[in-house]
Design a protein around this ligand. Sequence first.
Ligand code: SF4
Ligand code: SF4
Length: 374
Amino acid sequence: MIVPGSLSENAVIDTAEQALPVYRPTSHVRPRRPIELAWRTFFHISVQKFVRRRERFPLVTMLEPLEACNLDCAGCGRIREYLPVLTKTLTLEQCLRAVGDSGAPIVSIAGGEPTMYKHLPELIEELVSRKIFIYCCTNGILLERVLKRIQPSKYLAWVIHLDGMETRHDLAVNRKGVWRKAMAASKLAIEKGHRVCSNTTLFRGSDAEDLHQLFTLVTDMGFEGVMVSAGYDFVDGPVQEMFLTREEAIRVFRQVLTDDALKRIRFYNNPLYLSFLRGERDYQCTAWSNPTYTVQGWREPCYPVADRHTDDVDDLFRSALWENYGVGVNSKCANCMMHCGFESASVYQAFSSVGAAASLLNGIVGKRAGIGTS
Ligand code: SF4
Ligand code: SF4
């Protein structure tokens, strides 16, 4: 386990004798997200909204079985916020109870680094048997090892953290050799028949050309899609200057999400959220849709901010709580554009407007589709 701040700049994963793998498309058939995910999500929202008449309900359970990590990224709030409890992990039963209590059809397993969680194979097997869609977010370092114990499934996608091409990514994660390791593991996962996506967080200094190169490469390799999000300005982050204000984020996203890039690259985020990132649409946050369970309980109110933890997931859906959060309401929300708050908002909004629904549907059946995770 890495204690934040303990990594030297020279920390290296030894890749000296490894030749750079050849990253080429392994198939002419481009992978697509399962259509079942789209209709199950549509069904879930319809039932919650129109049958159960719930104003707030979960869409994605964010499950963090542990907060420890084998990296020390400068932009990471988690390993610093949970420093006193980095040795704690959830039991398998606690994980499954949290998923059951939330009731969302999608689970994003994050942390910390979930491949360090010893019950990960059993957890994934059980969730797959319940037909819950899983996005397992990983830095890729231990992925090859974990793949020996986990079978491919249409319900499971690996989400590989990649913040740029080799030089920029290794700098972002503060460790040389990580990019190669993550890319080699991604290639292996695709060859074994796993669904694989990438997730890129944009910070001050993110380079549009470098990111286009990365997105083109992973698209050609057979990644199912590319997710992007703005970094959240965690107060515990050691390098505060790296976080973008909203105005800056929109400027950077306009350079990254160009019309040409949107045509060529299969972005996994839905088109309404991408349009929001380009500053063309405005939404208020609906982060209650992504309840986040950790070793200290449910984060209240949301994935990036925990003003307290609670044992009762229903606490996160109270109207009184949401009077205190959101852009223009709380200073902690001022620069937030994270998909946990705003991608879901774009989806919910699509359920109340024909134009937005058509845009979303176009994304779901088209090249860049659907409902991403956080
Ligand atoms: S890999 Fe993820 S969890 Fe680990 S330090 Fe980096 S951002 Fe944090
Ligand atoms: S705007 Fe961001 S920080 Fe504020 S409640 Fe929503 S997700 Fe959380």
